[in-house]
Design a protein around this ligand. Structure first.
Ligand code: THG
Length: 648
């Protein structure tokens, strides 16, 4: 049974107390190699000193003693001694096969104590948070300065070992799970993915707490995200709480806790260190000093849950408990639904937002130059293409590696891994563009930010559609939904709208997606092709936008703008005029975002009137000879505009 209702009841009345540090408490016992081994591991073939988590098995009474001291100090929630109980961290001691057992026993041990306390004081029930630590590796940062595309751990490796840990924690009776000390959001997303998988397998959930680490006074995580970017990356699991811990003391952490308190529509937690480390790596902020800060936070309305990280002791927790006693907990804000994306920085798209430009040039099928660079393995120059798009105003970049001659999974992975170490690129969210799911999934496993999947559709039926939508949710991505169904592409106004309405119902009612994470693309096709059946394509798109925005509230509408002018390839003056006019009307109809050549958008008002009239004749199908007239008119125009097809 989930303890969530019980916790919520308490959180209405007061601020909940976490415990304090485990590591620094263990250190104070001064254990030797023999102490760490105990009986069970006396013949283990690798040094075990420093493997604090192993003490749950080799010296359980010591861990109990520390837990009990925190309970006596007033902690409501005990954190299991499992910070390093993952295969990645345990491999340092050749104990990676113990992951499940370490987690299960740590949860059991803590639970025995909280049970006893809860029975003794039923008006103050105690809880166990199963701890999932960050591991010693980073999935989105290269450990090799000479190869920024290299990683020493993958999303899949993390997901698998976190799964073992989660199974152990839940089997051992953990009341909550806490992914903490998150310094790389991609590691955290792998843990969250594994958590959701386990919840589904068990058909039962426990509340999930997430706590990131702001590494230094830059105010960012180690992997470079701002607090809001981080929050956007993890809020898809609808966590019980989000917060910050470690690295900084209360004084330095304050502005970031304040920010989270403002933007998070769930409970907020904080467990700072006992100040910044001193010259010897120790922590000396006194309980009184720390409590003074925390008391002020509580007064400012930042807190729902508070505790201590490195260097804190039961005396600190006792002081914090006194400092927040009787103080009102933070009220959870009600936020407007918005599509909340992120790269290193947050990018929110709401009803008030201006049109969003998605850079189209990082696409092997849409740019001959990009394709040539990727095929030649010149990723450095390919990254410049992305950088230019961002510099030219792209607020997202669309990345597409669908090319027959290319290993798309490898190319997507390599490009995104490399882009992850270029802050001037990866500050914006990525739109992963592929018609192959395995390429999309490869992209999802590389991105710490909240990204966009481009695209899913009903092309292969409802089952596949729902399966992909569910994975989108699990990876925490927004989705572009193309207006395609089992019969093919929707090419009339009625069909475009009908397919989107059907998709909307399936996504929100069956797959559990939030409407604001759905971006419809009702198909921008080429006009002026000389084929009669194409002549209403542009105007039908624009009318479809209007109806979708009206019928399907909170969803967004996008499209690939440069498609509309394919018939005028080679004539950039006409193409740019078409894009400008098309966008002008589509935005007026409610189009929220578009995949565009960010450096090359003409302004509607600057398009010469005679050209504009002929372009709009084509876009709105205003006369039967519109296309023919535009073709002849185009021939008389000087080739202005920037060159799209660069020299190969
Ligand atoms: N909807 C969604 N995704 C999409 C599209 C869409 N992704 C791909 C495409 N359509 C959007 N991107 C582009 C990128 C480039 C061009 C058109 C659409 C383009 N390229 C030049 C050409 O083909 O003439 C190439 C010029 C060059 O080689 O440099 O026009 O509709 N969801």
């Amino acid at each position: 049974m989930s303890c969530q209702p019980q916790l919520e009841e308490i959180l209405k009345r007061r601020i909940l107390l976490l415990d304090g540090a485990m590591g620094t408490m263990i250190q104070s016992y001064g254990f030797t190699e023999q102490d760490f081994r105990g009986q069970r591991f006396k013949d283990h073939g690798h040094d075990l000193q420093g493997n604090n988590d192993l003490l749950v098995l080799s010296r359980p009474h010591v861990i109990e003693e520390i837990h009990q001291a925190y309970l006596d100090a007033g902690a409501d929630i005990l954190e299991t001694n499992t910070f390093n109980s993952t295969a990645i961290s345990q491999a340092d001691y050749a104990t990676q096969d113990l992951v499940y057992e370490l987690n299960r026993e740590a949860a059991r041990l803590a639970h025995r104590l909280t049970d006893k306390m809860s029975r003794a004081t039923p008006d103050k029930p105690r809880f166990v948070a199963g701890i999932l630590g960050p591991t010693s590796r980073t999935a989105s940062i290269s450990p090799d300065v000479n190869d920024p595309g290299f990683r020493n751990v993958s999303f899949e490796q993390l997901r698998l070992t976190y799964s073992d840990a989660i199974r152990g924690l839940l089997d051992g009776g953990a009341d909550l799970l806490m992914v903490e000390t998150v310094f790389d959001t991609l590691n955290c997303k792998a843990a969250l993915f594994a958590i959701e998988e386990q919840f589904e397998l068990r058909a039962a959930r426990v509340p999930v707490m997430i706590s990131a680490t702001i590494t230094d006074l830059s105010g960012r995580t180690l992997s470079g995200q701002t607090p809001e970017a981080f929050w956007n990356s993890v809020r898809h699991v609808r966590p019980f709480s989000v917060g910050l811990n470690c690295a900084l003391g209360a004084e330095q952490l304050r502005p970031y806790v304040e920010e989270l308190a403002r933007i998070a529509d769930c409970y907020v937690s904080a467990h700072p260190n006992a100040g910044l480390p001193n010259a010897f790596g120790g922590y000396d902020e006194t309980p009184q000093h720390m409590a003074a800060h925390i008391g002020e936070w509580a007064q400012s309305g930042f807190l729902n849950i508070v505790g201590g990280c490195c260097g804190t002791t039961p005396a600190h927790i006792r002081a914090l408990s006194a400092a927040v006693a009787g103080q009102a907990p933070r009220a959870i804000p009600v936020l407007e639904p918005q599509c909340r994306l992120s790269g290193l920085e947050a990018f929110n798209i709401g009803p008030e937002s201006l049109f969003v430009n998605v850079g189209e040039r990082t696409n092997v099928t849409g740019s001959a130059r990009f394709k040539k660079l990727i095929l030649a393995g010149d990723y450095e120059a390919a990254l410049d293409v992305a950088r230019e798009q961002v510099q030219n105003g792209a607020q997202l970049i669309d990345v597409n590696m669908d090319e027959g001659l290319l290993d798309g999974v490898a190319a997507m992975t390599r490009f995104l891994m490399l882009a992850a170490s270029e802050p001037d690129i990866c500050r914006v969210p990525v739109m992963i563009d592929s018609s192959r799911w395995e390429i999309i999934e490869a992209g999802l496993r590389c991105l710490q930010g909240k990204c966009v999947i481009n695209s899913i559709s009903l092309k292969e039926g409802e089952n596949k559609f729902l399966q992909q939508a569910k994975l989108a949710r699990r990876y925490g991505a927004a989705v572009v939904v193309m207006a395609f169904d089992e019969d093919g592409q929707a090419d009339t106004l009625a069909k475009r709208v009908a397919v989107c309405v059907r998709a909307y119902k399936l996504l929100t009612e069956t797959a559990g997606l939030h409407a604001e994470d759905i971006i419809f693309d009702p198909n921008i096709f080429a006009v002026g092709t000389g084929i009669e059946a194409h002549s209403n394509y542009a105007v039908d798109y624009i009318r479809a936008v209007e109806q979708i925005k009206q019928k399907l509230p909170q969803t967004l509408v996008s499209g690939g703008v440069s498609n509309v002018s394919f018939a005028f390839r080679g004539n950039n003056t006409v193409r740019e005029a078409m894009h400008a006019a098309f966008l002008y009307h589509a935005i007026e109809a409610g189009m929220d975002m578009g995949i565009v050549n960010a450096g090359q958008l003409a302004v509607y008002a600057d398009v010469p009137k005679d050209l504009l009239e002929q372009v709009e004749d084509v876009l709105f199908n205003r006369r039967p000879d519109a296309a023919e007239r535009l073709v002849s008119f185009a021939a008389t125009l000087e080739q202005g505009g920037k060159k799209i097809v660069e020299d190969l």
